[in-house]
Design a protein around this ligand. Structure first.
Ligand code: UT7
Length: 329
């Protein structure tokens, strides 16, 4: 027996410290004008020295559980999508599971770059639909500032820290997840990656000296890929949901660059009034960007029960993901 599955509660957390474009002007050869025009970003939040990814994830998780009125002990599974975990192992999900007291939950991290939250929602919804589990906590959490080369203007102006989380469970028939499209093209793997610190290039004094533990990105290639894939994956998810783009109430794209979001909306012929944009405030928080946006939209009072939403993302892998859902709260 299958059942309808959706988001029961949503939460987010961003660190207190804000780094503005003007602050960055003093650190690298860049300008507020360049960053704003090319990306739409005005500021980003940066984790405190003693804050790691699991700390951000925990706070977002608590907010999501509160919002869903679900207790940690009820959770069957915790999934954390991240590219910047506290440690290579154990997973961030295990650290959060312990801290929440989610005593009966299984836990694992999911690696799909910035598409990770949408991937996690796809995985969780299927596990619940098939009856394996009832309640799953999914998290997107990043402290990308820790793997940033603060001398590289091509990357350091683009990213921010933050976390978002959702409790996923059974919802009323006709609501929740209606269409899913996931994909990957590993031929673009090295357009966006962290060269050292893994088994290919283990950490050494030389790799540290060469800044090989930071994000390396071919921005133009990732840009071209994003422009190509966002419309395509969105249309596939819409088709599976039996829905037309014009029926959508709100579009939540991964918040990487306002130009990319605008092109995606244009491809789908969705007016910008129906597109959530907060990249100006948080920059690119990778796997956290979509749940942060959802919580912000909920707080702003724009999400209504039954609203038709499209979540779409792209990122390291290269990966992409889109989900069409009807808001169930
Ligand atoms: O979540 C997925 C993660 N990644 C992304 O989403 C990134 C996708 N890519 C992008 O968003 C854009 O490609 C960027 C924002 C990274 C770059 O924008 P662009 O319009 O593609 O610029 P560009 O790379 O073509 O660079 C144009 C110029 C270059 O100078 P020259 O070669 O024309 O003299 C760059 O050196 O802008 C220069 N530039 C900068 N100037 C001031 C690059 N970064 C900066 C900077 N400040 N921060």
């Amino acid at each position: 027996m299958t059942r309808a599955v959706g988001i029961l509660g949503i939460g987010s957390y961003v660190p207190e410290k804000i780094l503005t474009n003007n602050d960055l002007e003093k650190m690298v050869d860049t300008s507020d004008a360049w960053i704003t025009e090319r990306t739409g970003i005005r500021q980003r939040h940066i984790a405190a020295k003693d804050e790691a990814t699991s700390d951000l994830a925990f706070k977002a998780a608590v907010a999501a559980l509160d919002d869903a009125r679900v207790k940690a002990e009820e959770l069957d599974l915790v999934i954390c999508a991240t590219a910047s975990p506290d440690h290579a192992f154990p997973s961030v999900a295990c650290l959060v599971q312990e801290r929440l007291g989610a005593v009966k939950a299984a836990a694992f991290d999911l690696g799909a770059g910035c598409s990770g939250f949408v991937y996690s929602l796809a995985v969780a919804s299927q596990m619940i639909q098939n009856g394996l589990y009832d309640k799953i906590l999914i998290i997107g959490a990043e402290t990308l500032s820790r793997i940033m080369n603060w001398q590289d203007r091509n990357t350091c102006v683009l990213f921010g820290d933050g976390a978002g989380a959702a409790v996923v469970g059974a919802v009323d028939e006709g609501l929740g997840v209606l269409g899913i499209d996931l994909g990957s093209d590993g031929s673009g793997a090295y357009h966006l990656y962290q060269p050292a610190g893994g088994s290919r290039r283990p950490a050494s004094a030389a790799t540290v000296a060469a800044n090989q533990h930071t994000i390396h990105m071919n921005g133009r290639e990732v840009f071209k890929f994003a422009i190509k894939i966002l419309g395509r994956t969105s249309l596939r998810a819409l088709e599976k949901a039996g829905m037309k783009p014009e029926e959508l109430d709100l579009l939540f794209s991964h918040q990487a660059n306002l130009r990319i979001i605008t092109v995606a909306a244009k491809r789908l012929r969705i007016p910008m009034e129906k597109v959530w944009v907060d990249v100006d405030k948080y920059a690119n928080t990778s796997a956290a960007s979509i749940p942060i946006a959802l919580r912000e939209a909920q707080d702003a009072g724009v999400l209504k029960k039954g609203d038709k939403l499209l979540l779409c993302g792209f990122g390291a892998g290269l990966t992409w993901a889109a989900i069409v859902l009807r808001w169930a709260k």
